[in-house]
Design a protein around this ligand. Structure first.
Ligand code: ZN
Ligand code: ZN
Length: 276
């Protein structure tokens, strides 16, 4: 494992982004790569959605063969220019759909697998109607309890946007105080640490009314204080202008929480540590 020092002020990695292989992005990999290169980001991962939940007819939108074909093209075009491109995937509710997801992970050469919880049972975390019909305490508690269950089940490398519900919930409740949920968040962190699962600072929350990354700074500090080391950063960008978005904020937040480095992945193993 080699150590590489980042130049002050630069963003070393963006480990969470989507292209038009995902159902909710129109961007080409070429556009996303060019945006990364323009910002002197040297390593990215395309982490396309593989969601089983909203596709009851079994057509999951995600096409691994098309993904790896596009990824190979992007690597041929951009790796000579100094951009390393990792093969990622963002799997939804792995603990509920292991039988469908795992064969895909086994069949294709992924570098990094993000685990996401977008649904709690039949409730989608981007559905404002659900939050409007639910007491905020019940909604938040249900999310964190389910999240711990998902992490305990393992099967992925990085826990993605650990409080993603706040993107939509905050616009309904106008409240989310991470410190109220410490007794439910710490068990999630404990499960990550014991399972060797990294967490990410996901800056997409900065683009919503909550204007806060996932996780909030206090929760990141708990992870660090509990002994959490494995950390990545990602914009969760779905458009070229989102690549790298807010990642300088994420790095400041990581340093403030006591982190001195982030990690990268290759073939689903921690590959390098990058000093921040
Ligand atoms: Zn997600
Ligand atoms: Zn995503």
């Amino acid at each position: 494992m080699t150590m590489r020092h980042s130049v002050n002020g630069t963003i070393p990695i963006d480990y969470h982004m989507h292209s038009n292989i995902s159902c909710d992005s129109q961007a080409t990999m070429t556009q996303m790569c060019q945006s990364a290169l323009d910002q002197h980001i040297t390593e990215i991962a395309f982490t396309e959605h593989f969601d089983v939940k909203p596709y009851p007819d079994g057509d999951y939108f995600y096409r691994p063969a098309a993904y790896f074909e596009k990824l190979d093209e992007a690597r041929r075009a951009f790796e000579p220019k100094g951009l390393t491109i990792r093969a990622g995937i963002e799997v939804g509710e792995y603990h509920c759909f292991r039988d469908i997801i795992q064969p895909v992970l086994d069949a294709w050469p992924y570098d990094v697998v993000l685990g996401s919880l977008h649904w709690v049972g039949s409730n989608c975390m981007f559905d404002a109607d659900y939050f409007e019909a639910t007491d905020y305490r019940d909604a938040f508690r249900a999310y964190f309890v389910e999240l711990e269950t998902m992490v305990r089940g393992g099967g992925f490398d990085v826990l993605s946007h650990m409080d993603v519900f706040k993107r939509t919930a905050y616009s309904v409740y106008h409240r989310y105080d991470t410190t109220e949920w410490e007794d439910l968040i710490r068990p999630v962190w404990r499960a990550c640490i014991e399972g060797g699962i990294a967490i990410e600072i996901n800056t997409a929350g900065l683009r919503y009314s909550i204007a806060q990354p996932h996780p909030a700074p206090e929760a990141l500090r708990w992870y660090r204080d509990m002994g959490g080391e494995l950390l990545t950063i990602g914009s969760d960008g779905h458009r070229p202008q989102h690549v790298g978005f807010g990642l300088s904020v994420a790095l400041d937040m990581a340093r403030a929480a006591g982190f001195t480095r982030v990690c990268t992945y290759e073939q689903r193993q921690v590959a390098r540590w990058i000093t921040i």
